[in-house]
Design a protein around this ligand. Structure first.
Ligand SMILES: Cc1ncc(COP(=O)(O)O)c(C=O)c1O
Length: 378
């Protein structure tokens, strides 16, 4: 078969994923880790990551939506899928059919799940989300007891878990997080007295910086991918995480351009000297944010080169003048990753855009091929 794959590729280093998982697992000990692979595995390729996790022995995996679990199960990747986002009764039939465990926070959702479980002659397990401070979804702490009491009326329903989430665990000031842990401890005691088996709270920042937040299971996301939850994480182990994703492409055209020539849409860049300009087949359609235009560098031949002109949907331009005679068609260009001694991290692009590394990697679109790799080349 002739090659048709897109020339923009995300290389997913699976042995680095294993390294990061081990590092996090060492922190939490024997407790189960339930990795988060929502949003296409934070851009790393949901199926690729799920396959690796299952092979590595992880049996419970967090996604946001039933649609994500459906893709995974239909691909033969059978696991216990925990659905993190609140949803509506229209999804209940599929949630029951696919045996997923949703986070719930409304009686409407519980009742519709029970109706579908009865129709299918199955049990449904759920996790009650309690809002201890996140302010996004969840019942209030004072509602937990009555919610659990109402749930006991449904023999088809098993409330398997009590869960909550941190909004500020990645910040230096841990006051709110400690207060959340304290609240959750009280709620966990209550939940256990109602027969709930598993109480879970910690995300990556909790795992790294808040050992008191581990409870019965943890839900790591960003750290598993080798990225720091923020620069304010105190645990020095954060420096031992290895970025799993590298984003690379190749030069598809090279041209000598005289001084004073406008390049790309809007002519936002004009050459200030005779320049060697390279084209790469990568644009905002691939997740390269247009607001990065004229504001970031890539690696070519082990050196930093500026991107110039507007990023377009499919193609962008680089000034590779300093590499005259040392680049050609097909030369490798690194957007995120390492080349020789040089390295560009997702944090660098995030800082330029005033966002977080999560958004940079998650924003890499489906058009970019995800290639699973190991550093020893297998
Ligand atoms: C409910 C919940 N748990 C766990 C995570 C994982 O968080 P992180 O990627 O910060 O580790 C997320 C991600 O946003 C989440 O929404």
């Amino acid at each position: 078969m002739s090659e048709t794959r897109h020339l923009s590729r995300a290389h997913i280093h699976l042995d680095r994923l294993t390294h990061n998982l081990r590092l996090l697992q060492n922190l939490v000990g024997a407790r189960p880790m339930w990795p988060a692979i929502k949003a296409n595995g934070y851009g790393h390729g949901m199926e690729l990551v799920a396959r690796h996790l299952l092979k590595s022995g992880y049996d419970t995996i967090c996604v946001a939506h039933i649609s994500e679990a459906v893709v995974l199960v239909d691909a033969g990747l059978h696991a216990n899928y925990l659905l993190l986002s609140a949803t509506l009764p229209e999804h209940s039939e599929a949630i029951v059919a696919y045996g997923c465990e949703p986070a719930v926070c409304t009686m409407e959702m519980v009742e519709s799940l029970v109706v579908e479980a009865e129709k299918a002659d199955r049990q449904i397990s759920v996790h009650l989300m309690v809002d201890t401070g996140m302010g996004r979804i969840g019942v209030t702490p004072s509602e937990v007891q009555s919610f659990l009491a109402q749930c006991q009326a449904f023999p088809r329903l098993r409330v398997r878990g009590l869960m909550s989430h941190f909004p500020c665990a990645d910040e230096k000031d841990k006051t709110l997080s400690h207060e959340q842990i304290r609240r959750f401890q009280g709620l966990a005691a209550l939940a256990r007295s109602c027969g709930i088996e598993i109480c879970h709270l910690a995300n990556s920042a909790g795992i790294l910086d808040l050992p008191g937040s581990y409870f019965d299971a943890v839900r790591p996301g960003i750290a598993m991918y080798g990225l720091r939850p923020s620069r304010e994480i105190a645990n020095p182990l954060v420096n031992e995480l290895k970025p799993v994703l590298e984003w690379k492409t190749q030069i598809t055209m090279l041209k000598e351009v005289p001084v004073g020539v406008g390049l790309s849409y809007g002519h936002s860049f004009h050459t200030t000297q005779p320049s060697l300009i390279a084209t790469i087949p990568l644009g905002y359609g691939d997740g390269l944010n247009r607001n990065l235009s004229n504001r970031f560098e890539v690696l070519v031949g082990g050196l930093r080169c500026p991107q110039v002109g507007r990023i377009t949907m499919d193609q962008s331009l680089l000034d590779v003048t300093r590499l005259r005679g040392r680049v050609g068609l097909g030369s490798e260009v690194v957007i995120i990753g390492r080349q020789g001694e040089a390295e560009i991290g997702a944090d660098e692009l995030a800082d330029i855009l005033g966002t977080i590394n999560y958004e940079i990697v998650t924003g890499i679109t489906h058009r970019v091929a995800r290639l699973g790799e190991t550093d020893n080349g297998t």
